[in-house]
Design a protein around this ligand. Structure first.
Ligand SMILES: Nc1ncnc2c1ncn2[C@@H]1O[C@H](COP(=O)(O)OP(=O)(O)OP(=O)(O)O)[C@@H](O)[C@H]1O
Length: 294
């Protein structure tokens, strides 16, 4: 994965929660995200992963303040470059969903219980693509539900009629609906059981391949990140202490913290060391162990 023509460039970004005792949640963070790249963000609870993700999507609320640094989302033939921290409110509403979308851990529980899945999905389209006809919107929603494995026949279903995994797929379908260049996923499958999680990750991998968007994927689950990421950034106390390919991070971790983090997952350091045979092999082997799901 090359970052020669990056999609996103973050430089010296610092974010502080201005509470009585200021919290320096993100400190001098710099990285590039390649086009089509999946960057995993790892690190213990409180290391600043979510704050960084919110910073990239300009979702921060007081007392959070961006103290310094820049975040540039680079354009392509259709889109201009965007200086994320300098956007006006009007520009922001085009940026979110259209250029960058986000899937949260609890997103599946944030769906409106009294509106059908189709209505909620169509709402995103009518706000951002007002020229679309009703029929076009419905067709697009049906296509998105097919793509994410929910099935177009669920358009009229209400959230309570779907399992947690299905609801999370709906939120992924919504995040995909405007074909963003970047999807930020913050613990998107943590609340789901392992088999459902694997299915959804498999689906996300296929969608990324098909549409070419980049992903920033946040999770505590380092073994999972080693399987799915092109590169992994490890955060500690607001700083990126290591950023390298998944294979290098596993085989030759540079920072002492990464070494300790790896050691805290017995499945990575145990007798079998599946990951030694490469991330894909480890993924296939653990799938086989779970009965061939995904
Ligand atoms: N609204 C807030 N006000 C004050 N401090 C906050 C606020 N939100 C987060 N923090 C602090 O900022 C730091 C970074 O938190 P953040 O949630 O970004 O970490 P994280 O790595 O995403 O953690 P987790 O994995 O538990 O979600 C922590 O010390 C946290 O306590």
């Amino acid at each position: 994965m090359t970052t020669a023509s990056p999609l996103l460039s973050v430089r010296d970004l610092s974010i502080v929660y201005e509470t009585a005792e200021p919290v320096h949640a993100v400190q001098d963070v710099s990285f590039d995200l390649g086009r089509g790249e999946l960057l995993g963000l790892a690190g213990e609870s409180g290391s600043g992963k979510t704050t960084l993700a919110y910073g990239i999507n300009r979702l921060l609320r007081p007392p959070a303040v961006i103290r310094s640094g820049t975040t540039i989302l680079h354009g392509d033939d259709e889109h201009p470059d965007v200086d994320v921290n300098a956007m006006t409110d009007a520009e922001l509403s085009d940026y979110r969903w259209d250029r960058v979308s986000m899937v949260f851990q609890g997103a599946m529980n944030a769906l409106n219980p009294v509106l059908s899945i189709g209505t909620q999905m169509a709402d995103v389209l009518s706000r951002h693509r007002p020229s679309m006809s009703r029929r076009e919107r419905r067709d697009r929603c049906a296509e998105l539900l097919e793509l994410t494995g929910v099935g177009a026949d669920r358009l009229r279903s209400y959230p309570h009629e779907l399992s947690g995994g299905m609801r999370q797929r709906v939120t992924i379908a919504m995040a995909l609906s405007l074909r963003p260049q970047l999807m930020i996923m913050d613990e998107p499958t943590t609340a789901l059981d392992v088999l459902v999680q694997r299915d959804i990750l498999h689906e996300i991998a296929e969608l990324r391949q098909r549409f070419g968007f980049s992903i920033v994927f946040i999770t505590h689950d380092l073994p999972l990140l080693l399987e799915i990421s092109d590169r992994i950034a490890v955060m500690l106390q607001g700083r990126i202490v290591e950023l390298s390919t998944a294979a290098d991070l596993y085989r030759a971790p540079q920072s002492e913290y990464t070494q300790r983090l790896l050691q805290s997952f017995p499945s990575l350091t145990g007798a079998e060391r599946l990951i030694d045979r490469g991330p894909r092999v480890a993924a296939d082997a653990s799938r086989a162990a779970e009965g061939g799901a995904a």
